[in-house]
Design a protein around this ligand. Sequence first.
Ligand code: AMP
Ligand code: GLY
Length: 425
Amino acid sequence: MKILVLGSGAREHAIILRLRSEQTDHEIYAAPGNAGIANDATLVDIDALDAAAVERFANDTGIDLVIIGPEAPLVAGVADVLRERGIPVFGPGRAAAQLEGSKAFAKRIMDEAGVPTGQAIHASTLAEVETALDKLGAPYVVKADGLAAGKGVIVTNDRDAAVDHARSYLPAGPVLIEEFLSGEEVSLFFLSDGDTVRALSPAQDFKRAHNNDEGPNTGGMGAYSPLPWLADQFGSVQAFVDEVTETVAVPVIRQLDSEGTPFIGLLYAGLIITEKGIRVIEFNARFGDPETQVVLPRLREDLSQLLLAAASGHLEDHEQPTFTDDAVITVVLASEGYPEAPQTGRHLDGLDHAAEVEGAWLVHAATGGPDAPGGALVATGGRVLNVVAQGTDFATARERAYTALERITLDGGHYRTDIAARVSS
Ligand code: AMP
Ligand code: GLY
């Protein structure tokens, strides 16, 4: 199959590595990709947001499937243009992508579909913000409405900080003040062709910058899958997946379909397991990063076939995907100053040595160069790369991941050392 992957991060690299591991010999292109993806796909110098350029390339090259990695091209309507031209594309159109692009839209869909979520109040002025904060009480949760790369949310006991956060986003539109939900967080992905839904395996993401869930929210500093503790609470992991499929994914997909905006792509349910039951905290309209890095290595079926089936309306021909019991973890290496003010342009060394660790591999998030032969690879963003490691248990996977990380040098680079620590004893 000829496949074009749009995006330039670790999620896209993980998707490409999974496609590469299939028995079939795919021809894989990435636009724009990164220095690591360049080893596993042919880089194409087109802007993922430029629908006309993507369509031209896809037609000229005879692409069989376009996979849209990040949210920005989805919200910009790139999938609509491709679909109108008959190019199979995995990723929702602009309207359905509002599930991620607008938290207010997501709340409305959940209300209509009867999906369990926390109470939320829209506020357009500072006065409304303060009234809502006092109504819902501490801890305070304030969310910007639009896309904010995981940084638009503050969860704090400090009322002044909550007000300041709202103040900084209000000029761009209303903010959401939400009921604080307490419990374990789970990310669960669903493939959808607009009608049929197939669940992947749950993962847990580490959103805060530092160990023990301290520091600011980030795009995600690490993840692991599967989540063995779900079985203690729900009887089995499958029982949990079934419950979320029935109470969250299917109603949302039905609701979007009934509004004439079918969701074709990946529905990411960000969940909190509260004492009162499972609650949705957010939806994304694409694969999660870094959860994808730990879910896809466990997938038994061919990813290309599943995504093509979703893109072309044939998901019902595929059974529920199955997963290995391997323990997989990923740890993100971030630049100094991430998430507030990442320092970029610094050299990265030791990657080859790191990749030699048994059961470990590297997934690039923001790497560039080397521009000259013999030149160094440099960090080009906040989240630089992910070490992924697999083992028969989490202790082994952790040992492998952290051994590999110690072999990498990035001046000022930082990573969490507690990813999957609780499941490895
Ligand atoms: P979001 O961008 O909506 O996923 O929020 C980012 C992170 O903020 C989530 O992963 C949670 O850790 C936290 N968060 C968001 N909403 C809530 C909430 N209502 N209650 C508690 N924590 C939340
Ligand atoms: N890991 C969080 C996200 O992909 O949005």
